[in-house]
Ligand binder design. Structure first.
Ligand SMILES: Cc1cc2nc3c(=O)[nH]c(=O)nc-3n(C[C@H](O)[C@H](O)[C@H](O)COP(=O)(O)OP(=O)(O)OC[C@H]3O[C@@H](n4cnc5c(N)ncnc54)[C@H](O)[C@@H]3O)c2cc1C
Ligand code: SF4
Length: 338
């Protein structure tokens, strides 16, 4: 491990000043992703700016009925917060499907949004990887790519975005609040993560010198008809092969509004407004769900080892839509571990 400097920021303005002054510095929050990447020599910040003492730890109600979640709210606190558990259970469920209790205690809301891909070649510094070293090539395209993307890929990178929480945030139409040297701005969750294109080294549209201060949830939480279904190799402590977040508004057996997004299949949470529109006003039925799943996956393309994900994602989407429509969500652990 190379030497690095350390500074603690006492307020958001100081954090922004510190990061703007050092182009190779990084913020550290829970450290559950960044420290691993430093140990593997993938990230080499010259200094760490500790943001854990910033006053960004509250979940607050905002006018209009939504919530503002501070960037440093730990994943566990968020999942078990009464307002999240009651009004946004899909988000609670997605968070509880991720990592382990210990990791969720450390992981922050902002850090979760910025966690990097788990592509094994990205972590292996002796192999070419355009995300780690732009222009070096992609080892996964012709390598072992079982966990890789089937949608929105490019010649440069076929990695997937690994977060569970972000898939639910995408369905909820959350907004990310950020601060930087030129002031504050908001980024819609839809625009926060990027497709790889020819710049796979850039995961998000956050600028290098900006800090995430909060995530805002609109009032609509889909508290009755929702699910977060995660398919993975082990029942816990594993990233998604495919996951599906669904929120619905039902009128009897008629779908008034449907929103759904896939995780584990693309470089960002994958949502498609035309697939959703095809469900609105329809009677909840296996045929309608299959049509919606087919529309969502119409451009899916498999590689040597991950073609199975296309059918897996189709079946998972149909099952998740059915769970949400019938208010029988996939259950996640609801026991608080302290
Ligand atoms: C073994 C293991 C299993 C896991 N399984 C899952 C899983 O199944 N599902 C899942 O979703 N996640 C999983 N995770 C990932 C985990 O959720 C993330 O590591 C965690 O959310 C990152 O949050 P953090 O606060 O620790 O971030 P850090 O590691 O501190 O930071 C991550 C990145 O975000 C930046 N950053 C942090 N906060 C801010 C901010 N406020 N503004 C700007 N930049 C910021 C840092 O500079 C860094 O680049 C797993 C992790 C491990 C180690
Ligand atoms: S898929 Fe992306 S992260 Fe993985 S080796 Fe290729 S360029 Fe690197």
């Amino acid at each position: 491990m190379i030497n690095f400097g350390y500074a603690r920021a006492n307020d958001v303005a100081e954090a922004v000043r510190l990061i703007a002054a050092d182009p190779t510095a990084k913020f550290i929050a829970g450290g559950t992703n960044l420290v691993d990447l430093m140990k593997e020599d993938v990230e080499r910040p010259t200094s760490l700016i500790d943001i854990t003492r910033l006053p960004l730890t509250k979940v607050e109600e905002i006018p209009g009925g939504g919530l503002r979640i501070g960037a440093l709210v730990p994943n566990s606190d968020l999942a078990y917060h009464p307002l999240i558990a009651q009004r946004y259970p899909m988000l609670a469920s997605a968070i509880l499907a991720g990592a382990s209790a210990q990791l969720r205690n450390m992981a922050s809301t902002g850090g979760n949004l910025l966690q990097r891909t788990r592509c094994a070649y990205f972590y292996d510094t002796v192999t070419p990887c355009n995300k780690r070293e732009p222009g070096s090539g992609c080892s996964a395209i012709n390598g072992t790519n079982r966990g890789h993307a089937i949608l929105g890929t490019s010649e440069a990178c076929i990695a997937v975005h690994p977060s569970d929480m972000c898939i639910a945030l995408r369905v909820l139409d959350a907004t990310v609040h950020v601060a930087g040297p030129s002031g504050e701005r908001t980024i819609a969750m839809a625009d926060f993560h990027r497709l790889p294109g020819d710049t796979p080294q850039r995961d998000t549209n956050l600028r290098r010198d900006e800090i995430i201060t909060a995530v805002e949830l609109p009032a609509q939480g889909f508290a009755k008809n929702y699910t977060y279904l995660k398919i993975r190799d082990r029942l816990s402590y594993a990233f998604a092969l495919v996951s599906v977040a669904v929120g619905m508004e039902m009128d009897g057996n008629t779908i008034r509004q449907a929103r759904f997004a896939l995780g584990g299949v693309a470089h960002k949470p994958w949502r498609d407004s035309s697939a959703e529109a095809a469900l609105n006003g329809q009677t909840a039925s296996p045929e309608a769900f299959r049509r919606a799943a087919n529309a969502l996956l119409r451009d899916a393309r498999g590689y040597a080892h991950n073609t199975f994900k296309i059918e897996l994602a189709r079946r998972a989407t149909i099952r998740a839509l059915n769970q949400a429509a019938h208010a029988t969500p996939q259950s996640q652990s609801n026991k608080k571990i302290v």
